[in-house]
Ligand binder design. Structure first.
Ligand SMILES: [Fe+2]
Length: 193
């Protein structure tokens, strides 16, 4: 990927979007997000449904970037009234990042809430995403001013280039998931033998 960011249409279909948002809206044990107050978030190491989304969309992101990618983690965030994402760059685990709009519900139906990349506001339509170089470009969002019961559901996919400087980084998994994966792979080896 030569450009710093790229808008991609139709990254995810409606049924899958709605399934994920339905899950996130109904999940009662979300933890408050320390990075973005007034939001709730989940990390793929705790929710295998989002871990799978990271892997499921990898081929499409590889096609869009012309890179061979390694999944690192996925993050789901539900923004509520007053949420604000401050201007920042990401850690190396976010070398190739995707901000994907799953769904939103605004009291003001004409409201637009952009992701800003290097001073360029980008309104990401539902189902679309922006691929960006998370460690290189500044990104942020203005305050989400829509009153309750408005919400905005965004998912972030984070990969590293398998042929880049961060190829040594490993997918962020809980010990439990890592063990399950290892056991599963071990069982396949046994089967093949
Ligand atoms: Fe970020």
């Amino acid at each position: 990927m030569k450009e710093q960011y790229k808008y991609v249409k139709n990254l995810i279909d409606k049924d899958l979007r709605n399934y994920l948002t339905s899950f996130s809206l109904s999940e009662p044990i979300f933890t408050p997000d320390v990075v973005v107050p007034q939001s709730h978030s989940t990390h793929s190491k705790d929710y295998i449904i989002y871990k799978h989304l990271l892997h499921f969309l990898k081929p499409r992101i590889e096609k869009e970037t012309s890179l061979s990618l390694k999944p690192i983690y996925c993050y789901s965030r539900l923004y509520l009234e007053g949420a604000k994402l401050v201007k920042h760059k990401d850690r190396p685990s976010c070398e190739i990042s995707v901000s994907l709009t799953l769904n939103f519900s605004y009291v003001d139906k004409k409201y637009k809430w952009p992701l800003c990349i290097e001073n360029l506001p980008i309104v990401i339509k539902i189902g679309d995403g922006v691929i960006y170089k998370g460690c290189e470009v500044q990104h942020w969002r203005p305050i989400f001013t829509q009153p309750k019961p408005s919400w905005h559901h965004q998912v972030f996919l984070h990969y590293v280039n398998k042929n880049g400087p961060y190829e040594h980084l490993k997918e962020e998994l809980t010990t439990e998931i890592a063990n399950e994966n290892k056991n599963y792979l071990d069982s396949l080896i046994d089967t093949n033998l």
